[in-house]
Every structure is written in structure tokens, then in C-alpha cells.
Unconditional design. Structure first.
Lengths: 245, 76
């Protein structure tokens, strides 16, 4: 069915190394285009920084202040936050760029394919658990699953729930991002496909304004999903670095 | 009943019922956020930020139902 066409990628330049298939597909082109545009934009805006910012530098300062004070310092605290700012900022800008590139007609949304959010969620999963182990030791890591507030006869219930939570948190990160992006494109496809299905132009009078409203909502939802992903990453790292028990 | 027909009916039910909870949740959330902003307009920015995070969480639940519906239609 063409509704799930997003799951099948079109190969543009087939490349192979040994038995690894690293062909250039439309996902690769869209991802490089989106991230490339963002990198060029950021470099142009941040060129020749001065102590008193000009108009172009203010945009970069707003973005960095937003991520640093709004996300990282809120969740992790000022001292540790400086170490984790690059990771959170990278995740935020990468997901924002990949969400936005899908709005141009004819391109592909990399974050709608399950692989891209899955890999990001896996990276966050390993980062959080290894940081927890490295900072708090084995006893501290196991304390996460058995907080001291809970009386010891309730461990039978609480420990499995916390263990399931440790798997469910990155999984929900992945599903939230992928399903939001996929749902937006599917709705657009279905609404505009009604014109072709009924084979008349009168349906377009109702369908096209609705599709326009959905595209503006897509813009909004793309930005919000990037923000929520970044703030959840900061929250999980904050829990690992400053455990409250 | 033909299993393909049963899967399609189940997909319809799944998405329909699965949108009730998040609908109520988001309505409550935005209502409380509006009350909070009306009581103290200076805290408007913080309340708005927290509201968006809450909406994203509630939306994720309805998208789990959407994923199950897609699985029922295309894989069963």
C-alpha cells in the first residue's frame, strides 16, 4: 500500500563495500541536505563573534541560551550541565533539522523511518546506563531500581516495575518521535489522496485548505518533538548524575 | 469471520478507543494551564513550557494506539 511508502527507500546510487550495502538512498540525501543547510546557517550566523552582538549573532545566542538555560541547567544543574550541553544540543539540532526537511515537497523525512530514531534512542540508553554505572558504582546503580524510600517488603513489586521502566523509557522516546512524524505525513497523504480517489476536482476545495492547516501543524509538531526529546534526554541524564536516593 | 475482516474492525476500534484517553488528558491539561496563566500572567512562559511537555507525553499514548492499528491493518 502506498500509504506506508515511507518505509521503502528509493536507491539512487548503489554502493557496496564487501557485503555491506551502503547505497545512497533518498533518506541519505534528505538527511545530508537538512543537516547541511542547518550547519551552513549556523556557521554564517556565528561568523566573527563580537562581545556586543550584532543582529546575526543574537539569533545564535538565543538558540544557545534556550538550550543551555531552558533545558540543560533546568534538568541537570549548572555545574554538571556544561559537560552535557554538547550532547543535548546535538540531539536537539539534529532532530530539528531532520524533522523540518520533510516539509519540502519531494523530500523524505529521515526521522519517520524507524531506523533513525531507534539509533538515537539506543545511543541515549547506553549513555544513561553507563554514566549511572561510572558515577555511582554498582551499588548506586542498583539503588536506582530499589529506591530507599520504599519499604523492603515492597521490593517484590517495585523492582520489576523499575526494570520495565528502564526498557520502556528509551522505547517510548523512539516511538514518540517516529509515530509523530509518520502520522503527520500519513494524514497529509490521505487527505490529498482523496482528490485522486474520487477523481473530481470539487474535493480539492475542501481538501487543500485542510492540507495547508496540517502542514503548518506539522511545522509546529516537528519543533515540539525535537524539544521534548531533548528535554527528556536531559531529564534522564540528570537522574543518572544526581540520583535522589 | 474472515480474519482479515476481523483485523480491520479491530484496527478501527483500537484507534477510536485509544483516542479517548489522550483527548480527555490534553483537554484537562490545557484548561489547567489557562487557569494558571489567568491567575498569574507573569508565570505565563513557564506554564506554557510545562504545558507543551505534558501535551507531548499525552500525545505519545495515542500514537501507541496508532502503531497498533497500523500493525493490525498491514501485518495481520
Amino acid at each position: 500500500m502506498e500509504v506506508l511508502e515511507h518505509f521503502h527507500q528509493k536507491v539512487i546510487i548503489p554502493l557496496k563495500i564487501g557485503s555491506f550495502d551502503i547505497s545512497i538512498t533518498n533518506l541519505t540525501v534528505s538527511m545530508f541536505l537538512g543537516v547541511g543547510i542547518f550547519i551552513i546557517l549556523l556557521l554564517v550566523l556565528a561568523a566573527r563573534p563580537k562581545v556586543i552582538p550584532g543582529k546575526r549573532q543574537v539569533v545564535i545566542e538565543i538558540l544557545i541560551n534556550f538550550i543551555k538555560k531552558g533545558i540543560v541547567y533546568n534538568m541537570i544543574g549548572p555545574k554538571e550541565g556544561d559537560k552535557w550541553f554538547p550532547l543535548v544540543a546535538g540531539v536537539f539540532v539534529f532532530i530539528l533539522a531532520n524533522n523540518m526537511i520533510g516539509l519540502i515537497p519531494g523530500t523524505y523525512t529521515p526521522t519517520a523511518n524507524p531506523i533513525v530514531p531507534l539509533v538515537i534512542a539506543l545511543i541515549i540508553f547506553f549513555t544513561v546506563h553507563i554514566t549511572n554505572l561510572a558515577k555511582n558504582g554498582i551499588k548506586g546503580y542498583l539503588r536506582t531500581y530499589a529506591p530507599s524510600i520504599v519499604p523492603s517488603w515492597m521490593y517484590v513489586i517495585v523492582v520489576p516495575i523499575e526494570a520495565i521502566g528502564a526498557i520502556a523509557k528509551p522505547f517510548s522516546l523512539f516511538i514518540r518521535l517516529m509515530a509523530n512524524m509518520l502520522a503527520g505525513h500519513t494524514i497529509l497523504y490521505v487527505i490529498l489522496g482523496l482528490i485522486i480517489y474520487f477523481k473530481s476536482y470539487f474535493v480539492a476545495i475542501a481538501a487543500v485548505p485542510f492540507a495547508l492547516a496540517m502542514t503548518i501543524l506539522e511545522l509546529f509538531v516537528g519543533a515540539i518533538q525535537a524539544y521534548v526529546f531533548a528535554i527528556l534526554v536531559a531529564l534522564y541524564i540528570g537522574e543518572a548524575v544526581h540520583p535522589k536516593h | 469471520m474472515d480474519p482479515k475482516a476481523a483485523a480491520l474492525i479491530a484496527a478501527g476500534f483500537c484507534m477510536g478507543v485509544g483516542a479517548i484517553g489522550p483527548g480527555i488528558a490534553i483537554g484537562n491539561l490545557v484548561g489547567k494551564a489557562l487557569e494558571g496563566i489567568a491567575r498569574q500572567p507573569e508565570a505565563g512562559g513557564q506554564i506554557q513550557t510545562a504545558m507543551f511537555i505534558g501535551i507531548a507525553f499525552a500525545e505519545a499514548i495515542s500514537l501507541y494506539a496508532l502503531v497498533v492499528a497500523f500493525l493490525l491493518i498491514f501485518v495481520a
